[in-house]
Design a protein. Structure first.
Length: 176
């Protein structure tokens, strides 16, 4: 009877552990999204180059900020794809690869959360800068909401970093 229970527990454990591979199609889908953003970047860059002669300084600045926004979103996608796969699905086995990102050798869920928070704040900052350039054209409520949302992102990141600090300190105390 005990052997039967142990066999079932082992089977359930294997099924649960193997279920992490259900995330693979999600990460592959994010790679497709990455390709879409690469296309959007090239299209926007081409539009900037072709229309450079007829654009004023503000329009150029907005176009450049849009390109930076696309790059930051693409960076966020890479962090989620690479970091998420490495953390939750399987090792990438790129330790000896010369192009391995520095952060990948110490990636875990906490590091990934903080990096993602910082990326989201950076993207929000770019969007806020675009808003400030267009202040005369936007309703005050839109600007206020964007500022409020940006502040919430910052407070959330601070909260996550502080929580991570507490958890790390607690784990270190338990190890000693």
């Amino acid at each position: 009877m005990k052997t039967d229970l142990t066999t079932r527990q082992n089977l359930f454990s294997k099924i649960i552990f193997a279920s992490r591979w259900l995330q693979l199609p999600i990460y592959l889908g994010l790679i497709v999204v990455q390709a879409i953003y690469a296309y959007k970047f090239i299209k926007s860059l081409w539009n900037l180059v072709v229309n450079l002669g007829v654009m004023d300084e503000n329009t150029i600045m907005l176009a450049v900020l849009n390109l930076i926004d696309v790059v930051m979103i693409a960076n966020l996608l890479i962090m989620v794809i690479v970091g998420g796969y490495e953390t939750f699905v399987s090792r990438l086995n790129v330790d000896s690869h010369p192009d391995q990102p520095e952060w990948l050798d110490h990636v875990n869920a906490s590091v990934l959360k903080v990096k993602l928070s910082m990326a989201i704040i950076s993207i929000s900052s770019i969007n806020l800068l675009q808003t400030f350039i267009n202040v005369p054209k936007l309703p005050v409520e839109t600007i206020q909401w964007q500022i409020l949302i940006h502040c919430v992102f910052i407070l959330s990141a601070i909260g996550m970093a502080y929580t991570d600090k507490i958890l790390t300190a607690t784990a270190n105390q338990n190890n000693h």
